[in-house]
Design a protein around this ligand. Structure first.
Ligand SMILES: NC(=O)c1ccc[n+]([C@@H]2O[C@H](COP(=O)([O-])OP(=O)(O)OC[C@H]3O[C@@H](n4cnc5c(N)ncnc54)[C@H](OP(=O)(O)O)[C@@H]3O)[C@@H](O)[C@H]2O)c1
Length: 377
C-alpha cells in the first residue's frame, strides 16, 4: 500500500486546543507555554483514501510541528528547519514514502528546497494542486456571481509567491486585466515585467494591498501574512475573493459588513474513498481537521495523489512552479477522484440560499455604485 505523511501546525490558539485536547479551556499564556513544551508528534492516522480509477488505497499520518505562523517567521531559521526535519524523520520512521509540507512548513525560507535536501524521504509543498484548486474555485465563484472573467480585473495578492505566481500564469489569458500585489517592490516589478510579456491580460502592480484590492472584481489571495490584510472598505461591490492563505488574509468583518461579496476558501478538496482521520493518542476518536467530512486541503490532496500514483519524488518545491506540473497534478488528482469541495467561507458552508442572497446584494451594490452610492450599501 502507498504511504504518505503531511506536516501540519496550529494556525491559531483555538487550533492548539483542537490538536491537543489538553489545551482546551486554558488561557492564552498557558496555551503558549504548552506549545513551547510540545515535541513534534504523530497526531492522526489517515486510512480509506481510495482511487476511483484503480481502487488502490493509501494510508498516511498527520504530524504536528507545534509552532504558530508567527514562530515560523520570527524564530531562527535553522531552529525552524530542525523542527520540520524532525517531522520528516518521524514520517520516514512511520513508513511514509513521501511527506507534504503544510501551511508555513512549506512557506518558510526557500519553500521546501532546503528541507528536501536534508529529508530522508521525498518532499512536496502541495502547492501545484493548490493552484489548480484555487483557479477552479475563483472561476466557479465568478460564474456564481455572474461575472465574466474576460471582462474582469483580477488582483492576485502574494503574486511573487509560489502559489500566487502560478495563479497569475494560469489565469493570465482568461481575465481582462491583472493587478499584482506583494511587498517587495523590486521582486514584484521584475515579475510583472517578465509575466507581462507571457500572458494576454494587461498587467499592473502595486505594493499597496488596499489599492490592489480596490481595483479587482476577482481577487486571489495567497500570502504569507500572519495578519488580516483584506478589509471590507476596499472591496468592490459584488467582488469575488478566493482565499488560499492559511492563516486567512480576509478580515472576519467582511462576513458581517459585506453581504454583497462572495468569499470562498480556495484550497479545499473532496477526497475519494471513505477517508478517516483518526487521532493516534486518543484511540477511536476522530481528528477534527476543521473541514467537512471527507474533505482535505489541496496541498494534502497533492501528497495523497502522489502516493496513489507511486510518484515518490520531490514534486513541488520553491517558487516558480512550472505549468506542466499544474496540468499533470490536476489530471492525476481528477483521475483518482479528487474534486473541488463545496463553497465555504469563514469556516462554514455557503448554501444555495445564501448564494442567492449574495448575488442579489451584489446587484443592488453595483447599481448603487453606478448611480453614485458607496460600495456595499
Ligand atoms: N489552502 C491550501 O490548501 C494551501 C496550501 C498551501 C499553502 N497555503 C497557504 O498559501 C499561502 C501562500 O503560500 P506560498 O507557498 O505561495 O508562500 P510564498 O511563496 O512565501 O509567497 C508568499 C507571497 O505573499 C507575499 N506577501 C507576504 N506578506 C504579504 C503582505 N503582508 N502583503 C502582501 N503580500 C505579502 C510575498 O511577497 P513579499 O514578501 O514581497 O510581500 C509572496 O509574494 C500561505 O498562507 C500558505 O499557508 C494554502
Amino acid at each position: 500500500m502507498g504511504t504518505f505523511a503531511f506536516l501540519i501546525h496550529p494556525l491559531s490558539l483555538e487550533d492548539v486546543a483542537r490538536y491537543e485536547p489538553g489545551a482546551k479551556g486554558k488561557g492564552r499564556a498557558i496555551i503558549e507555554k504548552i506549545l513551547s513544551w510540545m515535541p513534534v508528534w504523530n497526531t492522526a492516522h489517515i486510512s480509506g483514501v481510495r482511487s476511483r480509477a484503480t481502487g488502490a488505497e493509501v494510508e498516511g499520518w498527520f504530524i504536528t510541528v507545534p509552532l504558530m505562523p508567527e514562530h515560523f517567521v520570527t524564530m531562527p531559521r535553522e531552529e525552524v528547519y530542525g523542527r520540520i526535519l524532525t517531522g520528516c524523520e518521524m514520517a520516514a520512521e512511520l513508513g511514509a514514502q513521501i511527506v507534504g509540507l503544510g501551511a508555513f512548513t512549506g512557506v518558510v525560507g526557500d519553500g521546501g528546497v532546503s528541507i528536501a535536501e536534508r529529508s530522508p524521504i521525498p518532499v512536496t509543498t502541495g502547492n501545484s494542486l493548490t493552484v489548480v484548486a484555487a483557479v477552479q474555485s475563483l472561476l466557479r465563484g465568478a460564474h456564481e456571481m455572474e461575472i465574466d472573467p474576460r471582462e474582469a480585473v483580477c488582483t492576485v495578492i502574494g503574486a511573487t509567491g509560489s502559489i500566487g505566481g502560478a495563479v497569475v500564469r494560469l489565469l493570465g489569458d482568461r481575465v481582462g486585466g491583472m493587478v499584482l500585489v506583494a511587498r517587495n517592490r523590486t521582486r514584484l516589478q521584475r515579475f510583472a515585467e517578465e509575466v507581462g510579456s507571457q500572458i494576454a491580460a494587461p498587467v499592473s502592480f502595486t505594493t499597496d494591498v488596499s489599492a490592489g484590492v480596490r481595483q479587482g472584481q476577482l481577487i486571489v489571495t495567497a500570502t504569507s501574512s500572519t495578519l488580516e490584510i483584506i478589509q471590507p472598505e476596499d472591496l468592490q461591490p459584488g467582488a469575488v475573493v478566493c482565499e488560499v492563505s492559511l492563516p486567512h488574509d480576509v478580515s472576519r468583518r467582511v462576513a458581517a459588513e459585506r453581504p454583497d461579496v462572495l468569499v470562498t476558501e480556495g484550497g479545499n478538496m473532496r477526497v475519494p474513498g471513505e477517508p478517516r482521520f483518526m487521532r493516534v493518542r486518543e484511540q477511536g476518536e476522530e481528528f477534527d481537521l476543521g473541514l467537512p467530512p471527507a474533505t482535505a486541503l489541496a496541498c494534502m490532496s497533492e501528497t495523497m495523489t502522489l502516493a496513489l500514483e507511486g510518484r515518490y519524488e520531490n514534486y513541488t518545491l520553491g517558487r516558480g512552479i512550472q505549468l506542466e506540473k499544474l496540468i499533470e497534478i490536476g489530471e492525476m488528482a481528477a483521475r483518482h477522484g479528487f474534486e473541488l469541495a463545496g463553497l465555504r467561507a469563514f469556516d462554514v458552508a455557503i448554501g444555495a440560499e445564501q448564494l442567492a442572497r449574495t448575488r442579489e446584494a451584489a446587484k443592488r451594490a453595483r447599481l448603487g455604485r453606478a448611480v453614485g452610492g458607496s460600495a456595499g450599501s
